[in-house]
Design a binder for this molecule. Sequence first.
Ligand SMILES: [Zn+2]
Length: 279
Amino acid sequence: MKITFCGVRGSIPSPGKEFIKYGGNTACIHIDADDKDIILDSGTGIRALGARLIKKTTPIHLLLSHNHWDHIQGFPFFAPIFQSQREINIYPGLTELEEPEAILNQMTGSLFPVHRDMLTAEIRVHNLASSITEWEIGSVHIKRLRMNHPGGGSSYRIEANGKSLVYITDNELYPPYTKATDFLDFVAFAKGADLLVHDAQYLVSDMPAKSGWGHSVAEEAVKLAMACNAKQLALYSHDPTRTDTDIDEIIEHSQLITELGGAELTCFAAEENQVLVLA
Ligand SMILES: [Zn+2]
């Protein structure tokens, strides 16, 4: 399983010289698993990915966590949507307001100049019943679990060839509102993950002001990774105001926690264009 971080930023793109190391594009991860192209979210990071995938003609599978703008905004700029008869399968997130075609409907009306009816790819929206928690894409096994976030959404566990990636963003592990999923259920969901990608947008010092905004404190993501016995943790959904230096400090602190505890956990902050191979 080959994983490429195409966008790692939360909320809004953050261009600028202070954001070069980790990158400014919003949520998007490309997974090449058993020759299947699977994409997690369609933030602005998907634009550059599209320039690579347009060289192929095989089906694309796009799993959405939810419809907040930073997770769908890149879709109109994803070149394969204009590729004649290219099969693009979209799996919407488990949002509270059921709008499975929101990603396409941003290309209607006054929001974008190209209408969804002008897309030449064969786009299929798989609006699975909420009771369906796992399915297959070829030999790749997909599981989903509701996340704690205003408006709801899905986290994913992707397994192929004995390796597993767990993607949980945007997620508030300890929300002040009624939670969709308990911490212990996230531990079970992410158990033994080869790579856990988890929201780490906030610092302890951001609280309580940002409690309820739907994201987690980095230390909470470390706690989950240690509890579920993940092999690697990628801190993800970096706050748009967080500079490269700020993120370096967060990761140094996170690594100190694991080292002092003797945990066998590799902890890093996801960087745009970073490639990992789980083999
Ligand atoms: Zn969100």
